[in-house]
Design a protein around this ligand. Structure first.
Ligand code: ADP
Length: 494
């Protein structure tokens, strides 16, 4: 950590990052012992803190603690009390927002102003929304065609949920999994990314402060292959809720198949963001740049594939470039930063490999493409114009500040091209023609379609992908449903 970074930290952030952190089990952080991992500030490449690589035995203790809380206090708590506790949890997140935001800004390199204005409100909203549910989870009476019989269903929690989150939205993703899982009555073992564990650990402390029984929320830190694998293959885990890469999603899908666990997967996206010539071009271009470079493009629903009607291609490109030029690359805790670094050295190299493939394909790097600072994993906002649909920069998720821009000439040509990718997470459509907007929206193979806007998100609105973007929706009633099962009770009245 540099002296400048330290001076930007709140005293409580400084204290928490200065400690070594073990797993959080049964209401308390365990001693580290065993092997540890240093987490780095991606803007300076300096060590921020040390977390445990939680070993198999400790993962087992975490799952046992969650299983005990499920059988015990949390599993038997009355619905109204569950609601109260979830609201109290939300209150505490709000009260500690400034501190929580600093962890994600430090470890993730995200501009603090974005974490405060986007991630924190989204996390609180998840708890507030799902806090309203426990008293409304209902079964049904079933009109079976059998005489003298009364049949009804009960909606019941699944048990211990393994919640696996990625490094790009640590706090938000934890909230998106914890809030509905807890509202449904499950207990949770959360495994954050080894790059960004601090906000999840702090959340677990807040859960206890809010009054949730020990064991209801546990956190195991560590790598995917070690700690994560031990967690998802534990026989007492009933459900895996995963957000991350397609490759890990496929692996966990196979794991869930082997051990017959419930699973939901929110994976990658290469999202067509479509601008028709009749759109409000200035607004569309502003959104195009914002969504492409927000958090350096390390967002699954980033509008990373901009498809522009040919007549306005040059106009859109120069407006996007103007927005990109105005971005201020800097440290997450620096309030003047509007774009941070990439998450790690390996990740930046992966993004750069995509850029190196561009020469010789007929496409051009219109702007950007270079490293900008001596330290930190920074990469300029970049645009590639004119790649073919089959080019890896179009077909694959780059997960960096790289916007690919492609012209199109008609709706008939556009729709199959927009749907040609392997993913189906989100899409955007800009047009002033309502009929065109609805026609295209319903033809796009994307779990969410935004019209004349992009990246709106709310706890009430289902979110999740089609095709290789995974299955199982977050948010709304569907987000709760995937943490519940149904029991059918037949009673003879004869
Ligand atoms: P990314 O490349 O974006 O880091 P990953 O899918 O590798 O995406 O990681 C997302 C989350 O999944 C992280 O918390 C990571 O540690 C975890 N993870 C990776 N591999 C496994 C695994 N085999 N079992 C459980 N969790 C895993």
């Amino acid at each position: 950590m540099t002296a400048t970074t330290e001076s930007l930290m709140l005293p409580q952030t400084f204290k928490f990052t200065s400690a070594e952190h073990g797993a959080f089990i049964d209401g308390t952080e365990t001693a580290t012992g065993g092997s540890t991992i240093d987490t780095l500030d991606p803007a300076t490449c300096r060590v921020i803190t040390t977390i445990a690589e939680t070993d198999n035995e400790t993962v087992d203790r975490a799952v046992e603690s969650a299983a005990k809380a499920f059988e015990g206090e949390w599993g038997t708590i009355l619905p109204a009390r569950r609601e109260e506790l979830l609201h109290r949890f939300a209150d505490l997140i709000e009260e500690n927002a400034a501190e929580l935001a600093q962890y994600d800004a430090l470890e993730g390199g995200k501009p603090i102003s974005h974490v405060e204005s986007v991630d924190l409100p989204l996390a609180v909203e998840q708890f507030r929304y799902y806090a309203g549910w426990p008293t409304k989870i209902q079964g049904a009476t079933v009109p079976v065609s059998t005489s003298d019989t009364h049949v009804y269903t009960r909606r019941i929690p699944l048990g211990v949920v393994a919640a696996i989150t990625p490094w790009n939205f640590p706090l938000c993703q934890a909230a998106i999994k914890l809030a509905p899982a807890l509202a449904a009555g499950n207990t949770v073992v959360l495994k954050p990314s080894e790059l960004t564990s601090l906000s999840s650990l702090r959340l677990a402390h807040l859960a206890i402060e809010a009054g949730l029984p020990a064991g209801t929320v546990n956190v195991v830190t560590g790598t995917g292959a070690g700690t994560g694998q031990a967690l998802v293959s534990h026989p007492k885990v009933a459900k895996i809720s995963f957000t991350g890469s397609e490759a890990t999603g496929r692996h966990l899908g196979a794991e869930a198949g082997r051990s017959l666990k419930h699973i939901s997967l929110e994976l990658g996206g290469k999202n067509p963001h479509i601008v028709f010539a009749d759109a409000d071009i200035a607004k569309a271009a502003a959104y195009a740049a914002t969504t492409a470079y927000f958090y350096s493009g390390q967002v699954c629903f980033s509008g990373s594939r901009l498809m522009v009607e040919r007549a306005v291609l040059d106009e859109v490109l120069s407006a996007v470039e103007e927005h990109a030029d105005a971005l201020v690359l800097g440290h997450g805790l620096d309030r003047s930063s509007t774009m941070g670094p990439l998450s790690s050295a390996t990740h930046r190299e992966k993004v750069e490999r995509y850029l190196n493939t561009v020469s010789g394909t007929g496409a051009t790097v219109a702007f950007g493409g270079s490293r900008t600072k001596e330290s930190g994993y920074f990469l300029e906002p970049t645009a590639i114009v004119g790649p073919a649909d089959t080019d890896p920069v179009v077909a694959e998720e780059i997960f960096g500040p790289v916007l690919v821009i492609q012209p199109f000439d008609s709706i008939e040509e556009l729709v199959p091209r927009a749907n040609s990718g392997q993913y189906g997470l989100t899409a955007g459509v800009w047009t002033s023609d309502v009929r065109k907007a609805h026609t295209v929206a319903r033809q796009l193979q994307a779990g969410t379609v935004w019209v004349n806007t992009y990246a709106d998100y709310n706890a009430a609105a289902p979110f999740g992908g089609f095709k290789n973007s995974g299955f199982g929706k977050d948010c709304g009633p569907a987000g709760l449903d995937k943490f519940l099962d149904t029991q059918t009770v037949w009673m003879s009245l004869a």
